[in-house]
Design a protein around this ligand. Structure first.
Ligand SMILES: *Cc1c(COP(=O)(O)O)cnc(C)c1O
Length: 494
């Protein structure tokens, strides 16, 4: 007769000694506080030595190690080599810098570890409340639906899926695409690539996304859009949606949202806004007027791990047509049926509003951070960043060897080092090298983009830790590297 082997009978994955576990957890908390409170003193980024790189190629650990050993390996091989985005002088891409209460919220979310697919429990209420707060901030009606998702990409994906299904004009979930019924969506050439990805994944093909030219200020040309819609209708296509942006990734340009809303109303099109960058700036008294019309979107993607500084990942999508939203994603087989009482009760199941069934408790970090700081404080942080962008522009204006290359949009500034006597090729090469040397020195991390063939140093200040003097130092560092590099120009441009 076979019996279960005794050594494993009562084994779990919990600590065998809770006192030791407590001690280690306290140590981690102490280390985390030290880490964050001294962030300014360390380099933003540093390359990983070979032996550290090699550690990531070790095979799967079959034997146990002590939690202390694992933690010390983390401290040695992971912690010293960050991406850098929590540092006060990180202004690359467009990222937030995190909050302590956000991190603690994530910690407790994992300890509680509920599944936000649905059910009758407090975590579900927390998410519903956070979504309601987003409606309140964006001036969306309370009857709208929404959910928290991983990021702007997924928020746009959800919004565009509802747009497609509602505007198809037939039951696309059942029937799929129809022959001779080509749906088209419009956005500007400056709108983020994740929207194209979404339409590709929705089976509509890249050709279904018509890119409209932008004005000199990088906002969508309304006249060109109007013209294109007319032309496409005449050609027998089915325009369904316009994607506006409340902050482009290159220059922070905000489309004329009211004009787009008017046009969508007149043309009976779905109005989606990619608000990954600008939407949360509704919290800033100075930026809010520029976002007028955002409340008129049919669906809105809001990133929360960018300018709201939530630890990755966090975003929200809001949809006015809550019925259409639910109809797009709801699918309830017997094994997911709800009850009227107990754990499986409750009307609002978030899995009926998105692709994911199992979902993490990402609402807690947002709930804790918003309650701790209040939205006015977050708004002030946004205003501060916008002011810093203008301060940097002033400094650039006063420098004969620096040149601004696009109007400031929100908190994004594009410029280059330009001592005046270099060719375009040389300028592109020298600015590219300056940016990399800044990173390698660990001093600062601006981003980059290319506008009309000109390589730009792009500073996107979504950073609540940055100070005015950081930007003075940035220009000093750029100038210093630039002057040194000028001696080796022939090498650079060859
Ligand atoms: C970052 C960004 C996205 C994508 O959002 P993720 O959170 O990175 O998925 C979409 N649109 C704009 C304008 C962005 O800046």
């Amino acid at each position: 007769m076979k019996t279960t082997p005794t050594p494993t009978a009562n084994q779990t994955l919990d600590p065998t000694n809770w006192d030791e576990a407590r001690q280690l957890m306290h140590q981690m908390i102490d280390d985390a506080v030290d880490y964050l409170s001294t962030i300014r003193e360390r380099p933003i980024w540093q390359p990983m030595p070979e032996e550290v790189q090699a550690s990531f190629e070790e095979p799967v650990p079959r034997e146990a190690s002590s939690a202390e050993e694992v933690y010390s390996e983390f401290q040695e091989n992971v912690l010293p080599y960050p991406m850098g985005n929590v540092h006060p002088k990180f202004w690359a891409w467009y990222m937030g810098s995190g909050t302590l209460s956000g991190a603690l919220g994530d910690f407790w979310a994992s300890i509680m570890n509920p599944n936000l697919g649905g059910g009758n429990h407090a975590a579900n209420k927390v998410e519903a409340q956070v979504v309601n707060w987003m409606k309140e901030i964006m001036n969306f009606p309370t009857s709208s639906s929404g959910l928290l998702v991983s990021g702007g990409s997924m928020a746009n994906f959800v919004g565009l899926t509802v747009a497609r299904n509602v505007k198809a004009g037939y039951d696309i979930r059942t029937q799929g695409f129809q022959p001779n019924h080509k749906m088209v969506v419009y956005d500007s050439a400056e709108v983020h690539s994740c929207n194209q990805k979404a339409l590709e994944l929705l089976g509509m093909g890249t050709e279904s996304l018509v890119k409209i030219p932008v004005n000199p200020d990088y906002t969508i040309s309304i006249a060109a859009l109007q013209q294109q819609i007319r032309q496409d209708r005449a050609a027998g296509l089915h325009p369904i949606c316009v994607i506006g942006t409340s902050g482009t990734v290159n220059t922070g340009a905000i489309d004329d949202l009211n004009a787009l809303a008017d046009l969508c109303e007149a043309e009976n099109l779905w109005f989606h806004i990619d608000g990954a960058i600008g939407a949360i700036a509704m919290l800033s008294d100075t930026v809010r007027p520029q976002l007028s019309g955002i409340e008129r979107a049919d669906s809105l993607a809001i990133d929360l791990h960018k300018w709201l500084h939530m630890p990755f990942e966090a975003a929200c999508v809001l949809v006015k047509n809550s019925t259409g939203h639910k109809k797009t994603f709801s699918l309830i087989p017997e094994y997911l049926a709800k009850n009227t009482r107990g754990i499986a009760a409750g009307d609002l199941w978030f899995s009926e509003y998105g692709l994911q069934l199992s979902r993490r408790f990402r609402a807690l970090k947002i709930w804790m951070s918003l309650k701790e700081h209040g939205t006015e404080r977050f708004g002030d942080m946004i205003t501060k960043n916008v002011n810093q962008a203008h301060y940097l522009a002033e400094l650039i204006d006063q420098s004969s060897d620096m040149e601004q290359l696009a109007p400031i949009g929100l908190d994004i500034l594009c410029f280059r080092y330009n001592p005046g006597d270099l060719t375009l090729t040389e300028l592109n090469a020298i600015n590219k090298e300056i940016k990399i040397q800044l990173e390698e020195s660990g001093k600062s991390a601006p981003g980059y983009t290319t506008l009309a063939g000109r390589y730009c140093i792009r500073v996107a200040i979504a950073n609540h830790r940055s100070r005015r003097e950081d930007f003075e130092e940035l220009l000093d560092d750029i100038r210093q590297i630039g002057v040194t590099l000028r001696g080796s120009i022939p090498v650079l441009s060859s």
